[in-house]
Write a protein that binds this ligand. Structure first.
Ligand SMILES: [Fe+2]
Length: 377
């Protein structure tokens, strides 16, 4: 079993969930509080974790909402404190991970949460958190190793928080937990991982190790065909293993930052009533940004072509559109419920997003307006 110590220590293999008690002991945690969502509870994964734990947790919260809110962070922080817990088991996709990190932050640092937001230079206030043991059940967000979290604040803003102290010190990546993921979720979360790898590589700052990991994640997901295979046959454990690795690698790569695909996806994701999936948004925006950035990073485009198994000079954007089509991702924003009238708000928020600054080519308001109009279809 590979034990990877990179930005955190990750126990990565099929069936590794069984090692949970040993892993907890290693982190010094004895009273874990489990944070998960209703879907994970419904499919029996929470029960599997409780069985593996071999002891009563200090508490369980299983009502995480998609895209956690400040109110929920405050509510769960109170529960965590009342339970006398000393650590958090973050079980689920990106939302459960983000909520867990936010609860760990608020419980140990005190409020208001806004004080720690990255855009207002709050990262410097984020010190050590109680141990968060991350157990992902999707393969895409890479939250189990990422420095960031996103919370929708009570003032309506979707704030990004970023600090090395937000990286869960321990991750348990058991690909068997993703075997039950429906086709559409496999495709959408997989495209989130793909987008992380591509955008991280394209961020202009220099970080060759992170780029190397990004290329490897992309090779795994696309050139080696594991994303297509995981979508085609959800019970293909080898495909699940490789996609969970690609997801982990995508987040390792984005220590470099992300770009305009994420700036636009974060902005569109604020429209809560539309219930838009982050990975699907990325998949739809990605080809348009690949066209926009073409010419700004020629050498990287060459290596990206190789990692995607494309011929010399092939069009990256066209290849992503073909992939989207093959794995059942919609091609336009209209198909997922966005409208022309949503454009101005999305453009405004994309310009204010942390990821905006990492794009390979600087995007102006007019550029975003055009990209949105084209992506709308
Ligand atoms: Fe993402």
């Amino acid at each position: 079993m590979p034990v990877l110590t990179f930005m955190n220590t990750c126990f990565f293999d099929n069936g590794v969930l069984e090692r949970l008690p040993k892993v907890l002991g290693r982190s010094g945690a004895s009273k874990p509080f489990i944070i998960t969502d209703p879907g994970i509870k419904a499919v029996g994964i929470l029960d599997r974790v409780l069985e593996a734990l071999q002891a009563e947790p200090a508490g369980i919260f299983s009502d995480t909402v998609a895209n956690p809110t400040e109110d929920q962070v405050i509510e769960v922080t109170d529960l965590y404190k009342q339970a006398g817990a000393d650590s958090i088991i973050a079980l689920g996709g990106g939302s459960s991970m983000d909520l867990s990190k936010a609860v760990g932050l608020l419980a140990s640092h005190g409020g208001p949460l806004e004080k720690y937001a990255a855009m207002s230079d709050g990262s410097k206030h984020i010190k050590k958190l109680p141990p968060v043991i991350a157990i992902p059940t999707t393969a895409g967000t890479g939250s189990e190793v990422s420095v960031g979290m996103i919370v929708t604040m009570n003032n309506g803003r979707k704030e990004t928080f970023a600090s090395p102290n937000l990286i869960p010190p321990i991750a348990i990546c058991d690909p068997e937990l993703t075997l039950g993921l429906p086709k559409m979720m496999t495709a959408a979360t997989g495209m989130d991982a793909v987008t992380h790898c591509i955008e991280a590589v394209l961020v202009p700052s220099s970080n060759p190790p992170a780029e190397g990991i990004g290329y490897d994640g992309l090779t795994r997901a696309i050139r080696d065909g594991w994303l297509r295979r995981a979508v085609a046959d959800g019970s293909d454990l080898e495909a699940r293993w490789n996609m969970m690795m690609a997801s982990y690698e995508g987040a390792l790569a984005f220590v470099k930052g992300l770009g305009s695909v994420h700036a636009l996806s974060h902005a569109a994701g604020r429209l809560h009533e539309k219930k838009l999936h982050h990975g699907t948004l990325n998949a739809i925006f990605l080809p348009h940004l690949l066209r926009f950035n073409d010419g700004a990073a020629d050498k990287k485009y060459e290596r990206l072509r190789f990692a995607m198994g494309l011929a010399e000079g092939a069009d990256l954007a066209d290849a992503i559109e073909r992939l989207n089509d093959e794995i059942g991702i919609p091609q336009t924003l209209k198909e997922i419920g966005l409208e022309a009238s949503d454009g101005p708000g999305i453009v405004e928020n994309a310009l204010a997003d942390l990821a905006h600054a990492g794009n390979a080519r600087e995007a102006t308001q007019a550029d975003y307006e055009k990209i949105y109009e084209t992506a709308l279809g």
